[in-house]
Design a protein around this ligand. Structure first.
Ligand code: FAD
Ligand code: EPU
Length: 334
C-alpha cells in the first residue's frame, strides 16, 4: 500500500512557497501505484501535482494531493529525420531538455529552464521564446480516473491552444498524465525570431546549446527564481484581441506592445498593460508584483494565497478600467 500522510504541509510543493496543508498527501511512481492510490482516494477531492510551479492555493486543500514521481527517459524509436523520446511525467522538465540537448536532439532548446515536471507540460502547452510543446509533441498516455484505464492522446486529442489543452479545460481533473513522447529533430531548425532572443544571441554562432544558453540568460535576468522569491511565472495570459480592436487601442495608447497571433488576431503584452497601471514593483505585506516583470506576482515570504489572489483581482480590475481589456489567469487556482 502506498503511504498517505495526514495534514501534510505543501510549502515545499508549491513554488509560491505558500504554507498550506493537504488533508492527505501521497505519491506514486508507477501506473500500478497510481491505480492503488486512486482506489484509496475514492470520492475524496484529488489534486495531482508535479513541481507545483503553476498553482496558487487560496487555502488548505481538503482532499488528497498526489505527487507524480513516474521517472524514466527513453529513446523509443528513430527514423532518418527524427528521434522519439518518451519521458515519465515525474521527470524534471528542464532535466529532460538538457538530456536531449546533450544528445544533439533538437526542438526543446527554446523551452530551457521552465520549472516543473514533464507531465504538466502538455497541461498548458508550455511555451517560451517562440516555441510551444505542441511543436514537438507526439503523444501521451494518461490514466482515466473514472474508467481506471490507460488512454493514448494524440496531438489532436490534446486540443492545444495558447497556454491551453483539453486537460486544463474540458477534461480537467479526469486524467492523470503518465508519460509523453516528443519527436525531436536530428537536424535542428532554429527558432530565433523572438525579439529578446535575437538580441541576446547577437552574432554568436547558432546552435541548440547557444540558443538554450541565451534563453537561460534572458530568463535569469527577469524572472524571479522561486528558490529566492515565491512565484508561479506569468500569473495572467497575454490577452488576444481582434486587429480592429487593437487599432482602436493603439490610437489611444500609441506605445502599446502587441504581436500578431493566431486567426489574424493580436496578442497584447499583459506585462505592459499591468506596468502602465502602475503595479510594477508594487508590494503590500509580502504579496507583490515583480519589479522586473509585471506579469509575475510574487510572495516575498509570508503572504497567503488569499492575499495574492486579492492582488490579482485588483490588477485585473485596473487593466479592465484603464484599457477595457479582460485579463485571464494563467495559473491554476486551487
Ligand atoms: P504543477 O504546478 O504541479 O501543476 C499544474 C497543473 O497541472 C495543476 O492543475 C495540476 O493538477 C496539473 N498536473 C500536474 N501534473 C499532472 C499530471 N501528471 N497529470 C494531470 N495533471 C497534472 N510556463 C510556460 O508555459 N512558459 C514559461 O516560460 C514559464 N516560465 C515559468 C517561470 C517560473 C519562474 C515559474 C515559477 C513558472 C513558469 N511557468 C512557465 C509555469 C510552469 O513552470 C509550467 O506551467 C509547468 O509546466 C508546470 O509544471 P509543474 O509540474 O510545476 O505543474
Ligand atoms: N513588458 C512590459 N513590462 C513588463 C513586462 C513586459 O512592458 O513588466 C512588455 C515588454 O515590451 C516586453 C513584452 O512585454 O517586450 C513581452 O515580455 P516578455 O518577453 O517578458 O514576455 P511575456 O509576454 O511577458 C511570455 C510568457 C512567458 C514566456 C515569455 C517568453 C505568457 C503569459 N507568458 O511572457 O511564459 O517565458 O513570454 O516567451 O505568455 C509563463 O507562462 O509562466 C511564462 C513565464
Amino acid at each position: 500500500m502506498i503511504a498517505i500522510v495526514e495534514n501534510a504541509s505543501l510549502k515545499a510543493y508549491n513554488t509560491f512557497g505558500l504554507d498550506v496543508k493537504a488533508r492527505w498527501l501521497g505519491r506514486f511512481a508507477s501506473v500500478d501505484e497510481l491505480a492503488e492510490a486512486a482506489e484509496w482516494v475514492g470520492e475524496r477531492p484529488l489534486l495531482v501535482l508535479g513541481g507545483g510551479s503553476n498553482v496558487l492555493f487560496r487555502g488548505d486543500f481538503n482532499g488528497v494531493v498526489l505527487l507524480n514521481e513516474i521517472r524514466g527517459i527513453e529513446l523509443i524509436d528513430e527514423d532518418e529525420d527524427y528521434v522519439y523520446v518518451r519521458a515519465g511525467a515525474g521527470e524534471s522538465w528542464d532535466g529532460l531538455v538538457q538530456y536531449c540537448i546533450g544528445r544533439d536532439w533538437a526542438g526543446l532548446e527554446n523551452l530551457s529552464l521552465i520549472p516543473g515536471n514533464a507531465g504538466a507540460a502538455p497541461m498548458q502547452n508550455i511555451g517560451a521564446y517562440g516555441v510551444e510543446i505542441r511543436d514537438v509533441f507526439w503523444d501521451l498516455e494518461a490514466w482515466n480516473l473514472a474508467e481506471r484505464r490507460v488512454q493514448t492522446f494524440t496531438p489532436d486529442d490534446c486540443e492545444f491552444g495558447y497556454r491551453e489543452s483539453v486537460f486544463k479545460r474540458r477534461l480537467r481533473g479526469q486524467y492523470v498524465i503518465l508519460n509523453l513522447v516528443l519527436r525531436l529533430r536530428k537536424q535542428p531548425i532554429f527558432h530565433t525570431s523572438y525579439g529578446a532572443l535575437r538580441e541576446e544571441l547577437g552574432d554568436r554562432e547558432l546552435g541548440i546549446r547557444a540558443i538554450s544558453e541565451a534563453v537561460i540568460r534572458i530568463r535569469r535576468s527577469k524572472l524571479p527564481d522561486p528558490a529566492e522569491i515565491g512565484n508561479a511565472g506569468s500569473f495572467f495570459k497575454n490577452p488576444t484581441v481582434p486587429v480592429a480592436r487593437f487599432e482602436e487601442l493603439k490610437g489611444k495608447f500609441p506605445e502599446m506592445v502587441a504581436y500578431p497571433a493566431e486567426g489574424g488576431n493580436m496578442k497584447l503584452a499583459a506585462g505592459w498593460l499591468i506596468e502602465q497601471c502602475g503595479w510594477k514593483g508594487f508590494r503590500r505585506g509580502d504579496a507583490g508584483v515583480h519589479a522586473r516583470q509585471a506579469l509575475v506576482l510574487v510572495n516575498y515570504g509570508n503572504a497567503t494565497g488569499e492575499e495574492i489572489y486579492a492582488l490579482s483581482e485588483e490588477v485585473l480590475q485596473s487593466v479592465q478600467d484603464r484599457f477595457g481589456v479582460s485579463l485571464e489567469r494563467e495559473v491554476n487556482i486551487i
